[in-house]
Design a binder for this molecule. Structure first.
Ligand code: ADP
Ligand code: MG
Length: 440
């Protein structure tokens, strides 16, 4: 968890602030969701309480859906012990993800139905009641943060509730790839096949990130066939339709279309308010309707960001010892979107730099060609536009040849995810950033 938090701060802070506030802080423990962080002195504590605590809450929530309660204390002399305590080591360690454990919040009960998702919801519910025969595979697709993972896991919860003895497996396409590679390395393909081919429900999340190399897709092809032949349910998610995933082998994309493909669209205002209301009730956050309406009006494309905004408001209210009102919500959301990025950089300059770096034309970045050599630079340019300027998503979309803001969100999240594992990409993006910072 801590390394994820560090990384998030690293991306959003100046190096100077990062060294001052983050590097000098020590995560101590995480118990009962209370997250102990130690800092040097009262000045650091004050800064953390004021500026960083809400972000830590948000990051942790984005990381694995847990809501933590950061507690900042000042280090005393005896805490200076250089030996890393066991609890600290645990906080620093990555919490393993992608195991069979489902997020307990991702149930049908907690899923709010609206125009954008009612089809997907109905299909998921039908599959959970009659797995393996009705729609196999079920392919859910749509933008980031719209509830694909939630709905997929709800199927798992529901099937387990009906029959606790069934075997289910939830993985991301990256988990599948890693498992497969490890099985080759450790020479236990047998175990791997047992693990994947004997389940009653296999859920593979974000198949747009399926690796094009190393025979992973071939292995998945066989896994798919084995399960399908036994009438075991397969559920897949992606940010787009199978045939629109450039790295996906044709034999897979054609199989992915055998069952039912349903898309999820962004929620309308009413649905967003209903989601906030349900979330607030579940978490015992007391907030009047007009405050929720205000928040729902501010965040309009992504349920994850919507939830993040509510958590910010909640943390802000706690800090101020005040009740949540619409004007407090306005303050909370404003204070966290303060323009730290006022560096005079234009989107056009970013496009120029990226185009030069990858030796493509700026017009290609603005266009719609879907070849890999152009798609990546285009997404990187969108990513940097969001990271390095204050432009809104719709504005960025517009400056990229009139694209929809959801396209920008896709690009941003895709690059953000890739940066976590792809060292080359990380270096390239850092190079371009530096060029932009040292321009002129
Ligand atoms: P995706 O997988 O599409 O990126 P997620 O399933 O991770 O999105 O959803 C992001 C967050 O939004 C999760 O916390 C999820 O519980 C919540 N969420 C999304 N859609 C709904 C909904 N219709 N009702 C309640 N919560 C939702
Ligand atoms: Mg997801």
């Amino acid at each position: 968890l801590w390394s994820y938090i560090e990384e998030q701060f690293h991306k959003t802070m100046t190096p100077m602030s990062y060294t001052t506030w983050i590097e000098q802080a020590t995560p101590r423990s995480l118990e009962n969701n209370v997250f102990e962080v130690q800092v040097n002195d009262s000045l650091h504590k004050e800064y953390w309480d004021k500026n960083l605590v809400t972000k830590v809450i948000e990051f942790a929530y984005a990381y694995n859906g847990i809501e933590i309660n950061p507690h900042i204390s000042i280090r005393s002399d005896q805490d200076q012990d250089p030996v890393v305590s066991a609890s600290e080591a645990a906080v620093r360690a990555e919490i393993p993800r992608g195991d069979d454990r489902l997020n307990s919040r991702y149930t049908f009960e907690n899923f709010i139905i609206g125009k954008g998702n009612q089809m997907a919801h109905a299909a998921a519910l039908a599959v959970s009641e009659d797995p393996g025969t009705l729609y196999n595979p079920l392919f859910l697709y749509g933008g980031v943060g719209l509830g694909k993972t939630h709905l997929m896991q709800a199927i798992g919860h529901q099937m387990l509730a009906t029959n606790p003895d069934i075997l289910i497996k939830y993985v991301t396409s990256e988990d599948f790839t890693n498992d497969f590679i490890n099985s080759i390395r450790n020479n236990d393909g047998e175990r791997f096949r047992n693990e994947y081919r004997n389940v009653d429900l296999l859920m593979v999340d974000d198949v747009q990130f399926f690796d094009a190399k190393v025979g992973t897709q071939e292995e998945f092809f066989h896994t798919f066939n084995a399960l399908f032949d036994k009438k075991k349910q397969i559920v897949l998610t992606s940010d787009r339709l199978p045939n629109e995933i450039p790295t996906l082998e044709e034999r897979l994309s054609s199989r992915f279309k055998w069952g039912l493909s349903v898309d999820i669209n962004p929620p309308d205002l009413e649905t967003r308010i209903a989601i906030l209301r349900s979330k607030a009730d579940n978490e015992n956050i007391s907030a009047p309707d007009d405050a929720l309406t205000y928040i729902a009006g501010q965040v309009d494309s992504n349920v994850r960001e919507l939830e993040g905004a509510l958590l910010r408001v909640k943390a802000f209210a706690a800090l101020k010892h005040a009740a949540i009102t619409s004007s407090l919500a306005a303050d909370a959301l404003k204070s966290l979107t303060v323009a730290k990025k006022d560096n005079g950089l234009s989107i056009r300059q970013i496009q120029d730099s990226v185009a030069r770096y990858y030796q493509v034309e700026v017009s290609d970045l603005l266009g719609r060609k879907r070849v890999k050599q152009i798609v990546m630079p285009r997404q990187i340019a969108m990513y940097l536009a969001r990271e390095m300027t204050d432009s809104s998503l719709p504005k960025i979309g517009k400056e990229f040849g009139g694209k929809d803001h959801t396209t920008v969100i896709h690009a941003y999240e895709k690059i953000e995810t890739m940066l976590k594992t792809d060292k080359d990409l990380k270096n390239e993006v850092a190079d371009i950033r530096n060029q932009l910072k040292n321009r002129g």
